[in-house]
Design a protein around this ligand. Sequence first.
Ligand code: IVH
Length: 693
Amino acid sequence: MSPARPGDPDGNMHGDERARAAWLRERIEAANHRYYVLDDPDIPDIEYDRLVRELEAIEAAWPELATADSPTRRVGAEPLKAFAEVVHQVPMLSLNNAFSEAEVAAFDRRVREGLGREDAVVEYAVEPKFDGLAVSLVYRDGEFVQGATRGDGYRGEDVGANLRAIRAIPMRLATDAPPAWLEVRGEVIMLRRDFERLNAEARERGEKTFVNPRNAAAGSLRQLDPRITARRRLSFFAYGIGRIEGTTPPATHAGVMDWLADMRLPVSGERASVFGVDGLLDYFRRLGERRAGLPFDIDGAVYKVNRLADQDALGFVARAPRFAIAHKYPAQEELTLVEAIDVQVGRTGALTPVARLRPVFVGGVTVTNATLHNQDEIERKDVRVGDTVIVRRAGDVIPEVVGVLFDRRPLRDLVEPLHPPYRLPATCPECGAPVIRLDGEAAARCANGLACPAQRKQAILHFASRRAMDIEGLGEKLVEQLVDQGLVHTPADLYRLDAATLAGLERMAEKSAANLVAAIDASRGRELARFIHALGIRNVGEQTAKDLARHFGALDALMAADIEALIEVPEVGPVVAESLRAFFAEPHNRDVIEQLRAAGAWVDGEARVARAGGLAGRTFVLTGTLPGMSRDQARARIEAEGGKVSGAVSKKTDYVVAGEEAGSKLAKARELGITILDEASLLDLLDQGERHA
Ligand code: IVH
């Protein structure tokens, strides 16, 4: 029994609590909408938690105040044994697809013909095709009462308990006049960031990861335990309505979407209205450009005739509407077979396993290879020869194996033996040297350095590459031959090649040989930054090479620099400094550099330190009054030449500049034997500094 409260204003028992609970529910739902739908929270998390706890406390004390649509009901429901079946009152049909502009034009033509308005320009509501799973949400008198998957379109599974756990889905429609019955249809998705987080957590626990956000969303929604769904962070976008009673909906699809948004249902901000085929294709292109940057995956655009009366007039063919179509982007993921796993040895000796694939068209190109990154990745995904895998190529990113379809494996095992788990070789496939993997490094490396032909080839290719020495025409096939035939061992050998030798190589004619010699010749005298980059020192990329060139000005200065001097370069840390030191300490590298110097491969520049002034590293102390300049003027000129002015005399002081009435500082300087300057000698020193710079 709940305690009766005296002084209840309207005569109800605990009317205050009732009003408070209603207010809390509304406030929490509004906060959910701001947070999960608008991505614009209006109260801090801690305040939100406080409101939920207060509502929980009221509902615990007065159970009759707990409503079915209370936000406290979102989590904590008991696991189910199985999902109940839900019959869709209006079937959930699918969409026909268009893969080309011609197919879109044909769709528009059919629409105009179907409406008997062949010459009209049709208005379409357009929106992303979300890559998730379709669900139906039923609101009775504004309250969420049922949620189901699409299933076969006629019968779905009752996943209401799980849909409650999605905070983007309102438990009560935000309207004073809710329809008696409203079925909202839309897509449950997982945002990319939530997907990444989920997989990162799974990885940490050593569990299997999901291959993509759609699988993660589907796997999370079809959980018998709603508490698991609640932890997974799903999102939802409404894209239409099913059965509706007690209200006349707006006359257009765009109007319906706005109406749903007003009731706090999440609808995509990417939706729009356009006219005719041109409008459709223009939207498709613009959405395509935004695709990679969206927080969720889409696989196309959906076009719907905007006027609902026109939709009704057009009706359905078979299982798809005539009034709508999905215009798909080229798939970014496809299934294919791993035919072999090879190993490539990179410039730094890193062994990269590469899956050789049965050719597959994905992301707009035919893919035959995909990187498997390293041993850890292979183990995590357990990719083996003969496996059916999902290959992904998104945008310009190099193709990768997303995951294995393990359920295809046992079947295969009956026909042919299963390949064992893949292991990187213990010796370099190119030179046979041992492969080592350092602690904390993901990559296993061939320990043979430039004695390994594979590393040598990569080093030379890098040296010649566009952003390094930019030697045009020196490609992979050519470098391969040059190294294999022993014509080139180091980049310095390039400058000794002659046209006659080159013309003897495969696929080389006299003309191309002469061109290459000219291109190599033209690369002499490159600026220092390019040359440093071209050396291919580990951890020294293009930008670091520029920083080093600017700082040291000359290669000899860089080579002579110790760790301390190196980390003085802004942006250079201990790791880069150590890489540089190790590289220049190597006699072989010094030898190659000397040969390149003789070939005139680079020209030194001017160091910024030198330009900054000849007094760099010198410390001055000013004392007393100078006859011709103020102390501030003196300080400014010293600093302009790179010197430092300090307030106190110590053993580290190089010069004390003393004027009239200099006191204890002058005495201290004499005591320590520090050079004492008057104004005239300071000016001399400053002049010399300028001349040196
Ligand atoms: S409208 C009768 N709009 O695509 C038409 N569907 O192939 C009902 N989908 O099962 C669908 N985004 O899961 C529509 N903006 C969107 C959509 C969308 C994704 C999915 C939905 C549906 C499938 C149809």
